[in-house]
Design a protein around this ligand. Structure first.
Ligand code: ZN
Length: 225
């Protein structure tokens, strides 16, 4: 994994930065694999990253335009979401369901062309194309499972950081694109509205829970929303 993240950091021309508050958060969320590198090579900003934030087991890459508009609390909220992915090893768990089956199927396709003795160049291009095709397909097949991991990461993040900051960080992502292309690609994340709604539900039950604990003597029927 370390190799993949360092290649990606180079490809994305990402600039490192250090942040003690993120380190402390990673520690308390048990995302300890990110703390293995020295503190100057854990968090990065990239102006060409096409998504808001990318997580590897040992690195986080923020889109620098997005990072720039975030408050400190919002950076921690996004960090907490990514740290849950790292702590629960979501990235590693995704490989056997995405890259691996696509690679196996591409090899099978390549073998079928091989036994029919077509040219090497044809076999190689058929394998690359079928790998990309099956990889894309696997994102469709697993989209619901991906969305579950995203919801889990949002909800576990608000146990550690300010829920309101999580909501405002998500709201800054703005309305989602509704082009035909965005409708075509697999939906690996719930919509921003769904994510904000889920966080609000958890925050309101958390408040009522605290209230019940504090005043659990017959006045607990009152609600804090
Ligand atoms: Zn995520």
């Amino acid at each position: 994994m370390g190799l993949i993240s360092s290649i990606m950091v180079r490809l994305l021309r990402a600039q490192p930065f250090e942040m003690q508050a993120l380190d402390t958060l990673a520690e308390s969320m048990k995302a300890t694999s990110i703390l293995k590198k020295d503190r100057f090579h854990r968090y990065y900003k990239s102006s060409i990253l096409p998504i808001p934030c990318l997580a590897y087991s040992d690195a986080l890459v923020f889109n620098s335009n997005y990072y720039q508009i975030l408050s400190d609390d919002e950076v921690l909220a996004i960090g907490a979401h990514e740290f849950n992915h790292i702590a629960k090893k979501h990235i590693a768990k995704r490989l056997p369901r995405t890259v691996l089956p696509a690679a196996v199927l591409a090899v099978v396709i390549g073998y079928m062309f091989f036994i029919n003795s077509v040219s090497f160049l044809f076999i190689a291009s058929a394998m690359v194309l079928s790998f990309l095709f099956f990889l894309f397909g696997s994102y469709y097949v697993n989209a619901k499972w991906f969305r579950k991991q995203e919801t889990e990461s949002d909800l576990s993040a608000v146990e550690f950081v300010n829920g309101a900051a999580m909501i405002s960080a998500l709201a800054r992502l703005g309305p989602q694109k509704t082009s035909w292309l965005s409708k075509l690609i697999p939906h690996t994340h719930p919509t921003i509205e769904q994510r904000i709604h889920n966080i609000q539900v958890v925050m309101s039950t958390k408040n009522s829970f605290n209230f019940t604990i504090t005043f659990g003597d017959g006045t607990s029927k009152q609600q804090i929303n």
